[in-house]
Each structure stands twice: as structure tokens, then as C-alpha cells.
Design a protein around this ligand. Structure first.
Ligand code: NAG
Ligand code: CA
Length: 327
């Protein structure tokens, strides 16, 4: 029957969709060990041959890599020293932002894909006018007056070295896109996933302890070169927090033949949001259809169609019955 086959098809789609979102499986990919770090951190930081490099106040324990501790005027960084030779990748970062502050805490941290590793500066501990991609995990609203979003807020910025990150406006004028994500002070693990594939940047979070990814936003036409470096930085000022990196898993994703053969080393970082200064950002909430919503919509349509069909059938029968009486 049509009805049952449609329903089972929809259910299969739904299950597949949910399955694909499972955070442990990145389809058609494999993990790059050189770009990943996990507990126990195997003494990598004490040896000269390490491909991870610490900057500033960053300290390593057996449980976390702490970019800044919960005290004022700290700055730290964790940088990978092997350039990313493959064009398409996905990174899962297990992190923890926490501290004693109830109302006042900050400022957050940044996940970088940048041309120049190990630098220091005013943008969450890294230099301004940078080259590359910043995923900004901003816990404190510096903006004087209300934003159209709450903090903590995750946003992306792409820079070719010409743009200034405006702390006082939380970077809203140079944003590619962003979403609210209450990741601070959680009891459960908090994770963020950054996928860059076919010039599409997708950020997802898993911060509710449910072991499922939830999309933060997705942006197309994001152009990034290969051979940049992954890094993590954070800084505290008057406000402070612990900014911890627990683990990093980086996966190389499938790349088309054409893309593999391109010379991607000299691409100038570019994304729609970097084109022009924008007055304010769109509210990303409510965008995107979840699998559940689509499932119920299709179910609803099927029920409506069925209802109309049954109604029409009875109506026709009744008419025939009437006609039968007249003759
Ligand atoms: C760098 O970015 C700015 C702002 O988006 C843009 O105006 C400029 O043309 C870009 N420069 C290059 C060399 O692409
Ligand atoms: Ca801020």
C-alpha cells in the first residue's frame, strides 16, 4: 500500500538522519592524529619534537589544557604546528568554560584556522588583522546596549588581514554568522564541531549532554586556503574564567577530484560576512528544519491526504446511494 510504504520510507529517512548526527561517526573520513589531542596528554609539551605548542599562561594537567585560569589579565594559546594539507576537514573540540563568577565572567576563547600560529594580541589572546578563520566562543557581552542575541554566543569571522575585530561590539560587524549557545558552567561535556567542506562552513554544538549534534549555523561561499594552522587562544581582563580544552579530534573529509587538484595554498580568505560592514546580524533562531519537524509535516500531509480521500470516497458512495433511491 502507498500509505505504509510512504510512512516506512519517511521513518527510514528519519532514522538515517538521526544516525548521521551521532557525534562519533563522521562519514567518509578518517582521523588525523597529528591534528588531534586527547587524554592522557602524552608528555607532548615537554619534548622538542612536539607538534603542539603552548603560548603564554597555558598550562597542562592530566585532565585538561587550560588556556587561562580564573584570574585577571591572563592570556594563553595552544597551537598545532603541522599545516593542514587537506582541503576538507571536520574538528570536534571538547572544551569547558567555568569559573566562580555568577554575573561577571569572561571573555571566552577562539578556535583558529590561521596563517600564523603562536602570535599574541588583543583578540582573545591572538593578533588582530589576522589571516584565516576564527570561531569565537564569546561568553561576555561587551556591547553597550542590547544585542539581538544573548551570550554565550558562537560566531565565525573570516579575515584576509584587513579586518579589525571590534571587541566593544563583540565583532557583530564582521560576523559570517552565529548562534546562541549556553555552554558555560555545564555539568556535562560541552563540544563544538567545525566542518569545512566544499566551501561550506558548518558549526554544531553538543552542550546538553545528549550526545547529539545540534546545528548552530551553516554558511556557503566560505573560501579558505590549505596549509593554515589550528589553534586555540583565550584571554582574561578585568573579567576571568577557566578556559579549558579537553580534547581535539580532527578528521580529513572526502574531497572531490577537482578540488584536490586545485592549488589551494594561495586562496585569500573570504566569506560573505567579510564583504561589507553590516549594521546588525540576522537572528539565526528558527532557521533550518529539523528532521523531526520534517517528519511530522510529512505525516500531517499524509493524514490530510488520507482524510480527503476517505471523505471523497464516502461522499461519492452517498451520492450513488441517493441516486439509487431516485431511480
Ligand atoms: C580583503 O578583505 C576586504 C574586506 O572584506 C576587501 O575589501 C579586500 O578587497 C580584500 N583584499 C583582498 C586582497 O582580497
Ligand atoms: Ca565579548
Amino acid at each position: 500500500m502507498y500509505f505504509t510504504s510512504i510512512i516506512s520510507f519517511v521513518i527510514i529517512l528519519f532514522i538515517q538522519h538521526t544516525y548521521e548526527q551521532d557525534q562519533d561517526s563522521v562519514p567518509n573520513s578518517y582521523e588525523i592524529r597529528e591534528h588531534s589531542i586527547n587524554r592522557p596528554y602524552p608528555g607532548v609539551f615537554s619534548t622538542g619534537s612536539s607538534h603542539w605548542h603552548l603560548v603564554g599562561n597555558t598550562l597542562v594537567t592530566d585532565r585538561y589544557i587550560r588556556l587561562t585560569s580564573d584570574s585577571q589579565s591572563k592570556a594563553g594559546g595552544l597551537w598545532n604546528m603541522i599545516p593542514v594539507a587537506y582541503p576538507d576537514w571536520e574538528m570536534h573540540v571538547n572544551f569547558k568554560v567555568h569559573g566562580t563568577g555568577k554575573e561577571l565572567f569572561g571573555d571566552g576563547f577562539v578556535i583558529w584556522y590561521a596563517r600564523d600560529p603562536k602570535l599574541s594580541g588583543p583578540v582573545f589572546g591572538y593578533q588582530d588583522y589576522f589571516h584565516g578563520l576564527a570561531i569565537i566562543m564569546d561568553t561576555y557581552s561587551n556591547h553597550n546596549g542590547p544585542h539581538n542575541h544573548a551570550h554565550p554566543y558562537i560566531s565565525a569571522m573570516v579575515n584576509n588581514g584587513s579586518l579589525h575585530y571590534d571587541h566593544d561590539r563583540d565583532g557583530t560587524h564582521t560576523i559570517v554568522n552565529g548562534c546562541e549557545a549556553p555552554f558555560r558552567g555545564r555539568e556535562t561535556d560541552t563540544l563544538v564541531a567545525i566542518r569545512y567542506q566544499n566551501d561550506r562552513l558548518t558549526i554544531s554544538t553538543d552542550i546538553e549532554g545528549k550526545n547529539v549534534w545540534k546545528e548552530c549555523f551553516s554558511a556557503s561561499d566560505v573560501h579558505l586556503p590549505s596549509h593554515y594552522y589550528f589553534g586555540f587562544t583565550s584571554a582574561t581582563g578585568d573579567l576571568s574564567d577557566n578556559h579549558d580544552i579537553i580534547s581535539v579530534h580532527t578528521y580529513q573529509l572526502e574531497t572531490s577530484e577537482q578540488r584536490r587538484n586545485e592549488d589551494r595554498k594561495n586562496i585569500i580568505p573570504n566569506a560573505p560576512g567579510a564583504e561589507a560592514e553590516r549594521a546588525h546580524t540576522e537572528d539565526p533562531s528558527g532557521s533550518g528544519w529539523s528532521a523531526l519537524k520534517i517528519f511530522f509535516l510529512i505525516l500531517f500531509l499524509v493524514i490530510v491526504c488520507l482524510g480527503v480521500g476517505i471523505g471523497a470516497y464516502y461522499y461519492m458512495n452517498k451520492r450513488q446511494y441517493h441516486r439509487a433511491r431516485f431511480y
